[in-house]
Design a protein around this ligand. Structure first.
Ligand code: BGC
Length: 471
């Protein structure tokens, strides 16, 4: 009777329980990874004009320098998936922070293109491994009530990192110093390394490694009440007990339900990239040039505005994701993105009058706002939430690799497509892509707001349709 009663209180208060300081502290540190991730994305747009001049880069070589990071990121994600399962989330994050440090240091002192590519690959390994482990760790240590919010916070830090890089690019461009642009990556990587030493490991990973006592001990530190600890630990152990112990790739081969969640994660990340966001991150100066803005200084300044809108719109997602739910925000976001792209296409079709230049900036900002308040954070959240415990590492690494490969494809070929098809057709195609993502959201994506990871897993393994995983 008492058992039923406490359980009732737990569920009744599930959305009211307090969050302990250790959870906030751990989340803040993971946020730093987001900043580093963002800085790595943002730094290249500022560095490129200078290294092109200094090393007399051909277009192909410049492409390699941009793309090598995304290639490294795909490899880093794959490698850390294996390491993370064996060593745990904490040690994996330590490895990422060391890679960040080494990559940035080599970039600063690079004296030829080969060394620069090597540095970019190492930075990519760091970004890939961190972008895989950080959301996974957050999903595993935070109480269900704030799970969506913390992963959005992580995305928020990515946008801050991008903005910091855009601002530092702008400042250091006055000194013509691309080495300093890379150099500022070194400081957060050092803080990250020492910070990770003092956060706890994931109780879910410890339980999976059969370290039950340790898992319970850490969960006690991460939760406010005993009832919460007891219920959560029971859920975790049940989910482990009920498994047929097949992991990762083996589980993928044998279990159709797991295949469904892995494929959904992959498609979600491809959708996120093909919404066109990174086109704006890497090439917005080029797009401004197309609509008649002349001068690097003007273009770099406009890029900072793009970075600012990216940051502030992410706040909308943070506030609303655990209240409104994932799907309503995705509907709104994709609609706004489609509108932004359609206006940009129209504007480029009409011509380069002064008013058109401003309209092109506004349409770009509308697009960026739409992405940042929706697909930016929410795709990462859903990808971390839909995978079952025994296949979580594998599932998230597949979707993160898909993110980087799609990112690399778009980054490498966008300019060619733009030259071939022209601005109006290219951007109307992106608008149509975003409309098709609304339909995908309606019929395939599950609503996971306020549902425990174990419940989502149970639904998945019982063969419920993907759309109904959160019911
Ligand atoms: C995406 C990145 C993108 C960033 C922009 C992330 O969610 O995965 O590819 O550059 O958002 O804010």
């Amino acid at each position: 009777m008492l058992k039923i009663f406490t359980k009732k209180i737990y569920y009744k208060n599930k959305f009211k329980t307090k969050i302990v300081p250790l959870v906030w502290r751990s989340c803040s540190l993971i946020a730093l990874i987001g900043i580093l991730f963002g800085m790595d994305i943002g730094v290249i747009s500022g560095v490129l004009p200078f290294i092109t001049k200094e090393f007399k880069l051909s277009n192909t070589m410049a492409g390699w320098i941009v793309g090598s990071m995304m290639g490294g990121a795909a490899i880093g994600t794959f490698a850390i998936c294996i390491v993370s399962k064996q060593l745990g989330r904490k040690k994996s994050l330590l490895i990422s922070s060391i890679l960040f440090f080494i990559g940035a240091l080599i970039a600063v002192f690079a004296n030829c293109t080969r060394i620069l590519i090597l540095a970019r690959i190492i930075l990519g390994l760091a970004v890939g491994s961190a972008s895989f482990t950080a959301p996974l760790y957050l999903a595993e240590i935070t109480p269900v009530r704030i799970r969506g919010m913390t992963i959005s916070l992580y995305q928020f830090m990515v946008t801050i990192g991008i903005l910091i890089a855009f601002i530092s690019n702008f400042i250091f461009s006055y000194f013509q110093s691309w080495r300093c642009m890379f150099g500022i990556l070194i400081f957060p990587s050092i803080i990250l390394f020492f910070g990770i030493l003092i956060i706890p490991d994931s109780p879910r990973w410890l339980a999976y490694k059969n370290k039950k006592n340790e898992a319970r001990k850490i969960l006690k530190k991460l939760r406010y009440s005993k009832v919460e600890v007891n219920n959560e630990i029971k859920e975790i152990f049940n989910s482990i007990k009920n498994k047929n112990k097949k992991l990762g790739w083996n589980l993928f081969k044998k279990n159709i339900n797991f295949r469904r969640s892995v494929i959904l994660g992959i498609i979600l990340q491809i959708i996120q990239q093909f919404s066109g966001m990174n086109v704006m991150m890497y090439f917005s100066p080029k797009i401004f040039e197309l609509s008649g803005f002349i001068g690097t200084k003007n273009q770099l300044l406009s890029t900072i505005i793009v970075g600012l809108v990216n940051v502030f719109s992410t706040i909308i997602a943070i506030i609303s994701v655990d209240k409104l739910g994932r799907k309503p925000i995705l509907y709104i976001g994709f609609t706004i993105m489609a509108i932004g792209m359609a206006i940009l296409s129209l504007v480029l079709y009409i011509g380069t009058l002064k008013i058109i230049q401003y309209l092109s900036i506004i349409s770009l900002l509308i697009f960026v706002a739409g992405f940042a308040m929706s697909a930016g954070p929410i795709i990462w959240i859903i990808c971390a939430e839909i995978q079952p415990l025994y296949g979580r590492d594998f599932g998230i690494s597949c979707s993160t690799i898909a993110n980087w490969l799609a990112n690399m494809l778009l980054g490498t070929f966008f300019l060619t497509i733009l030259n071939k098809l022209g601005g109006p057709i290219t951007f109307i195609l992106l608008a149509l892509a975003n409309i098709s993502f609304i339909i995908f959201t309606r019929f395939v994506i599950p609503e996971t707001k306020g549902i425990s990871l174990e419940k989502i897993e149970k639904n998945l393994m019982n063969g419920k349709s993907l759309r109904h995983l959160g019911k």
